[in-house]
Design a protein around this ligand. Structure first.
Ligand SMILES: *Cc1c(COP(=O)(O)O)cnc(C)c1O
Length: 430
């Protein structure tokens, strides 16, 4: 590779952040299965604890396997730095812990993963962080929800439970006007299909459990600092970032760390004190998964489009909601935001409603009935009776998880086998 060439996405997916291990020559990033790291001497230890030098102290805060994962996802998202943690939910927790004070508000588009709706409505209230719901498909609803307590806006790019694409740029313009960062959960799209930073996101989150890990074998999450938000010049005081930090000798993190200060603050204030560290083994498995992300996403998208087209013409199917279909309201937006494909996850409704949906899931043979997405395997769930069970009927319908909705996460098996399994289950429920 010549010096001037910018490596492409597939090259970054394999190489970014990694190099042969300097002490052993190991080509694959090792699993650094250690809780702590020896200091060179007392001065080195003091510099590390004072944030005057980068280095390893304790695996609750950083680990070399985790660091490669962070560098790789930051590269794929075009960010300046990242922080990998124990789960997608932990990434959300640390993001808001870094931004919000008790009594603050954030606006969230209500088309979200069911677990995020619960986290925002219940767990976050205990911290005094108040969610204000808007409609992800109507950018003006975010503008109307802005108050002088608003400190962030949160959306998904391709929204759960599938088939909806959000106009990131339109909502970013509202966040800019309100003077607050835009946080985008990019889990369903993955950076291969969508790079939220290019549409105005300031912070990008992932559940690494899904497409980035890709094989359904480990839980993880990550937050990516896009380096775009000016904390020091912001209209509001983000205390964790701009106030003298008593646990670091009065240092102001935004002043010292510039365009990586959000990721640093989430690590040294959030992860240090709240503690949801990612296991080195999980960081390793997810890193291995990322190497094939482009190949898997291409196949996921091809198979999902074929399955959605097939279902759309099936007499037992009432509707199919997949942004890759020309019939979708979100098709044009999808071509702009996810030009390479609409992802693996979509929903459809059976004419037989709730009962037919439940029976259909039971009849599938190759599809696994479980609460996950983004596996190599094809997966199915009936959200109303499972992931979205804790919500009210109105919340379920608003989140696209009404009683007749079946959600599919199409895997990378042979598409003929996927369609054959759908057909035999549809035939069985009439
Ligand atoms: C799964 C998921 C999460 C939560 O991630 P965990 O790793 O399960 O904690 C958040 N957002 C979206 C879109 C998800 O699919």
């Amino acid at each position: 590779m010549s010096e001037a060439r910018e490596p492409g996405f597939a090259t970054l997916a394999v190489h970014a952040g990694a190099a042969p291990d300097p002490s052993t020559g190991a080509r694959i990033t090792p699993i650094y299965q250690t809780s702590s790291y020896v200091f060179n001497d007392a001065d080195h230890a003091a510099a590390l604890f004072g944030l005057e030098a980068f280095g390893n102290i304790y695996t609750r805060m950083m680990n070399p396997t985790q660091a490669v994962l962070e560098a790789r996802v930051a590269a794929l998202e075009g960010g300046t730095a990242a922080l990998a943690v124990a789960s997608g939910h932990a990434a959300q927790l640390l993001t808001f812990h870094t931004l919000l004070e008790p009594g603050d508000e954030f606006i969230a588009g209500r088309q979200l993963y069911g677990g995020s709706i619960n986290q925002f409505n219940h767990a976050f209230k205990k911290f005094g962080w108040n969610v204000v719901w808007a409609d992800g498909t109507d950018p003006h609803s975010f503008e109307r929800a802005v108050t002088d307590r608003t400190r962030a806006i949160f959306i998904e790019s391709v929204a759960n439970p599938g088939g909806i694409v959000i106009d990131i740029a339109a909502i970013s313009a509202i966040a800019r006007k309100a003077g607050v960062p835009l946080i985008v959960d990019n889990t369903l799209a993955s950076p291969y299909l969508c790079r939220p930073k290019d549409h105005g996101a300031d912070i990008v989150l992932h559940s690494l459990t899904k497409f980035l890990g890709g094989h359904g074998n480990s839980i993880g999450g990550i937050l990516v600092d896009c380096g775009t938000f000016d904390w020091l010049g912001a209209r509001h005081r983000y205390k964790t970032l701009v106030e003298p930090n008593l646990s670091y000798g009065g240092m102001k993190l935004a002043e010292t760390f510039g365009n990586i200060s959000f990721a640093i603050a989430a690590r040294v204030m959030g992860l240090r004190d709240l503690g949801p560290a990612i296991a080195p083994m999980n960081a390793f498995l997810i890193l291995t998964g990322i190497e094939t992300l482009p190949l898997r996403m291409q196949r996921h998208c091809e198979n999902a489009l074929a399955a959605a087209r097939h279902l759309e013409t099936h007499p037992a199917v009432a509707w199919v909601n997949y942004a890759g279909l020309e019939s979708s309201t979100y098709h044009a937006l999808c071509r702009r935001i996810c030009p390479k494909g609409a992802g693996a996850v979509f929903t459809f409704g059976l004419k037989g409603g709730y009962d037919a949906g439940v029976a259909f899931v039971a009849k599938l043979k190759m599809f696994s009935h479980l609460a996950n997405i983004g596996d190599t395997r094809s997966l199915v769930i009936h959200p109303a009776s499972t992931t979205h069970r804790q919500l009210t009927d109105a919340q379920r319908v608003a989140a696209g998880a009404g009683p007749d909705v079946v959600r599919l996460s199409i895997g990378i098996e042979d598409v003929a086998d996927i369609i054959a399994d759908l057909d035999q289950a549809l035939a069985a429920v009439g």
